[in-house]
Design a protein around this ligand. Structure first.
Ligand code: GLV
Ligand code: GLV
Length: 330
């Protein structure tokens, strides 16, 4: 019999077929999110699993699933994984970098522009039948071209956003990151490194593209928002919890900054109720990588990680490759 794997959520049928060539596939195609106890039950006898950000995979899960050798996240972010615990248990972890970089950067720009130019706020006004005459200052927003774009977190996606801003919109691009880019990369994306205080103070539009961790928890809270321009916009396409959503809602109500665009939320899919009542905000349900091509490419890369690791021992995009041959389950 073929070895068995679990796919935790509904994914594209062609990706499931690709996996079926190698494995018995248990596919949660009802698409309900499996609670930890259900997940453990479904992982019994499975050598691999494809998961999403909706499932938390920690030491307790992998210890209760002793046959599991690889967990392949269908996401670039992997804060839903306890990677050190997976490594200790000998379970390989993979994510989906690169395939979503440009698509996610496109969305970051879409959200930035929608926020700066008050796209959804004005659409709601029109749909509500409130548009009875044109006015010179109606929904006047903030300039995007030629303004200063601040990027917090300068990985692949941050760099792709920088190129869009500098080359497409003539923006001055400044960034802050744990580590500074090398000079050639800075020159290629026309971005200048600044400290965090300068980034907050000088950005007309601040976009967050850093991974979530204990260190980045509430990287943007009341104190940081207070340092921003009152005309600034803030965009979060990274992870919920990087922004203190309650502090942001308060700041938007008090017009301490002009507007915000959020694709990710603390405790999503719940959204802080105060965010839902402020007008100067654009809210989307964690869709930054959501094009048909890219979501399929992410699922296919996760599938290929499982296939390659279990058939050749060589995963494509591992997070803890150091365990291979040194404690990895066999
Ligand atoms: C989506 O948020 C991802 O991490 O890919
Ligand atoms: C995230 O890891 C990125 O690709 O920027």
């Amino acid at each position: 019999a073929k070895p068995a794997i679990l796919i935790s959520r509904k994914i594209f049928p062609d990706v499931v077929e690709h996996l079926r060539q190698h494995f018995e596939v248990d596919h949660n195609d009802t698409d309900g999110v499996l609670a930890p106890a259900q997940l453990i039950e479904r992982l019994q006898g499975k050598v691999g699993a494809l998961t999403t950000g909706s499932e938390r995979i920690d030491g307790a899960i992998v210890q209760a699933a002793p046959s599991l050798r690889i967990v392949a996240n269908i996401a670039v972010g992997y804060n839903n994984f306890d990677v050190p615990a997976l490594s200790s248990a000998g379970v390989l972890a993979t994510n989906t970098p690169d395939v979503l970089t440009e698509t996610t950067a496109d969305f970051g720009f879409a959200l930035l522009m929608a926020t700066a130019r008050r796209l959804t706020e004005s659409e709601h006004f029109l749909r509500a039948g409130q548009w009875n005459r044109w006015a010179l200052d109606m929904f006047a927003g903030a300039e995007v071209h030629g303004s200063t774009l601040g990027i917090l977190g300068m990985g692949r996606i941050g760099q792709a956003i920088a190129r869009r801003g500098a080359l497409g919109f003539g923006m001055k691009v400044i960034y802050h990151n744990r580590s500074r880019l090398d000079a050639a990369t800075e020159a290629e994306c026309k971005a200048s490194y600044v400290d965090k205080a300068t980034l907050l103070r000088e950005a007309d539009h601040l976009i967050l593209v850093l991974p979530y961790s204990k260190e980045s928890h509430h990287a943007i809270g009341a104190a940081e928002i207070a340092q921003m321009k009152s005309s600034a916009t803030l965009v979060n396409i990274a992870r919920g919890g990087i922004v203190d959503d309650a502090a942001l809602a308060k700041a938007l109500k008090e017009r301490r900054i002009a507007a915000a665009g959020l694709d990710v939320f603390e405790g999503e899919p719940s959204v802080h109720p105060d965010l839902l009542t402020v007008p100067n905000i654009v809210l989307t349900p964690h869709i930054a990588s959501a094009t048909i091509q890219t979501r399929r490419a992410m699922a296919m890369l996760a599938a290929d990680n499982v296939i390659d690791y279990l058939t050749t021992g060589k995963p494509r995009t591992p997070l803890n490759a150091d365990i291979i041959g040194k404690g990895a389950r066999t």
